[in-house]
Design a protein around this ligand. Structure first.
Ligand SMILES: *Cc1c(COP(=O)(O)O)cnc(C)c1O
Length: 461
């Protein structure tokens, strides 16, 4: 009897050795980042206080492929290639004719896709002679990933964790410290940005935008330190494309083609990482190919309810201005449990793709997402990260629609991580303690308008 195949595994020797740069193939380029003082596109000199030259070059390159350094490949092979699974048991539970696959990034040292970029970022900084990396972390995934990556290349690592997560998720803090990094709650009294917030609100739960300000401030003032960002920027999405390159090989191995790809979007890196190589194939095929759908939380809906405008990446306004879908740089999202999706902005490339109609977006409330996450855990045996449940919920919606239509569609889920360090969120859901939060368009328009009036005049004029 033929066995039912669940996993599509690539050998270590089959791991892709190049990242893919979608900028090389886009019909029109996204608008460039601007210097807040001059209104001109930022040049390399504006970025050298916080980034090494190799990453600055990757941020703006129009080369189609970038070779993955051998040293980075060696670390990747600790967990890559990651498996692609057929979700037979989820399909059965849903009674759907749809074929559902998931590309699982929870097998990494941090339990998510984030080490895919943390490792090359640490590598290029170490190569440039940098001694320390600073960064922020929300749910703790990025901090864990960067702490691990710094340990691989002998760098110090200092992390500011959003206060609400620092208090609510002690296990991430312990992982970060175990990997050898130091960690502070944000707001902290170690920076001007943190002290300014503490002065008006000593009990501030913090936000990702504020933690970024603190980490950037420290890196900018120390010549031996640089800053590392875990999402949003072009070079981060570039590094994540190894996910999609592997997935294309895996689907080809079993003769499958995707009709729909769903992924959750915080800043857009796991979504871009899986989908950009598929968008390359779609562009090459004159537009024929899978529907590509981003899934965001209803409580932080930057694509579906934000505006497309130049905005800062952080609260204090230290970053270049990025043209992106934004809820305003001082937006304080409701403390939802999917901490990795609580960011006010969206990757400029993904915002651009959305404007150009090349991708779709939907927003989901957290109770629907956890319901899908629990079903996934009970059928597939993987307890997904709260962020990843958004993608699963959208896949369940699509599978149910396929069932109604009698449609044998092929759905691929970006399963960005596991939720083993997010058990309190599941506890809250199982005990009925989660509340859904959605925004009226008018509420968000007010918040965005307020943030945008504080921008330098040159932006958005
Ligand atoms: C950080 C994180 C996200 C959100 O970040 P993106 O850059 O949008 O991918 C999603 N899932 C997991 C598991 C994360 O840790």
């Amino acid at each position: 009897m033929a066995i039912q195949q669940h996993k599509v595994i690539l050998d270590e020797s089959e791991m892709p050795t190049r990242w893919y740069n979608l900028l090389a193939d886009l019909p029109t380029p996204p608008p460039p980042p601007l210097h807040p003082g001059t209104g001109q596109p930022v040049g390399p000199d504006d970025l050298t206080p916080i980034f090494p030259m190799d990453l600055i070059a990757q941020e703006v390159t129009t080369e189609r492929y970038v070779d993955i350094p051998e040293e980075v490949q060696e670390v990747y092979r600790l967990w890559r290639p990651s498996p692609l699974y057929r979700a037979h048991r989820l399909e059965k539970a849903l009674g759907t004719p749809a074929r559902i696959y998931y590309k699982y990034e929870g097998v990494s040292p941090a339990g998510s896709h984030k080490p895919n970029t943390a490792v090359p970022q640490a590598y290029y900084n170490a190569k440039a002679g940098i001694k320390k990396l600073t960064s922020e972390t929300g749910a703790g995934q990025w901090g864990t990933s960067l702490a691990f990556a710094c340990a691989q290349f002998g760098l110090e690592c200092e992390i500011w964790q959003v206060r609400a997560s620092y208090d609510g998720k002690p296990y991430r803090k312990i992982m970060i410290e175990t990997f050898g990094a130091t960690i502070h709650p944000s707001p902290s009294d170690l920076t001007d940005a943190g002290r300014a917030v503490l002065a008006t609100n000593p009990d501030s739960p913090g936000s990702l935008g504020l933690a970024i300000s603190e980490a950037v401030e420290v890196a900018a003032q120390d010549p031996d330190a640089n800053y590392a960002l875990g999402s949003v920027l072009n070079h981060v999405l570039l590094h994540q494309t190894i996910i999609g390159e592997e997935a294309l090989l895996q689907l080809a191995k079993i003769g499958e083609t995707a009709d729909l790809i769903v992924g959750c979007t915080g800043g857009g890196s796991n979504f871009g990482g899986l989908t950009f190589p598929f968008i390359r194939e779609k562009l090459a095929a004159g537009g024929a190919g899978p529907i590509i759908r981003a899934v965001e939380p209803a409580s932080c809906p930057s694509l579906t309810q934000g505006v497309y405008a130049y905005d800062f990446g952080d609260v204090a306004g230290l970053t270049p201005l990025l043209k992106m879908h934004t809820l305003g740089h001082d937006f304080m999202p409701d403390p939802i449990h999917a901490g990795g999706l609580r960011y006010h902005g969206m990757s400029p490339i993904i915002s651009h793709l959305y404007e150009e109609g090349m991708i779709e977006a939907v927003a989901k409330t957290q109770k629907d997402c956890f319901a899908a996450g629990v079903l996934f855990a009970q059928t597939e045996g993987i307890l997904p990260a709260p962020e990843s449940t958004h993608a699963i919920a959208a896949a369940v919606d699509a599978a149910n629609a396929a069932t109604a239509a009698g449609d044998q569609t092929c759905i691929v889920i970006a399963l960005s991580g596991h939720g083993h360090v997010d058990m309190m969120a599941y506890d809250a859901y199982l005990r009925g303690g989660l509340v859904d939060h959605t925004w009226a368009d008018t509420e968000l328009q007010e918040s965005v308008a307020k943030a945008l009036t504080r921008l330098p005049e040159i932006a958005n004029s």
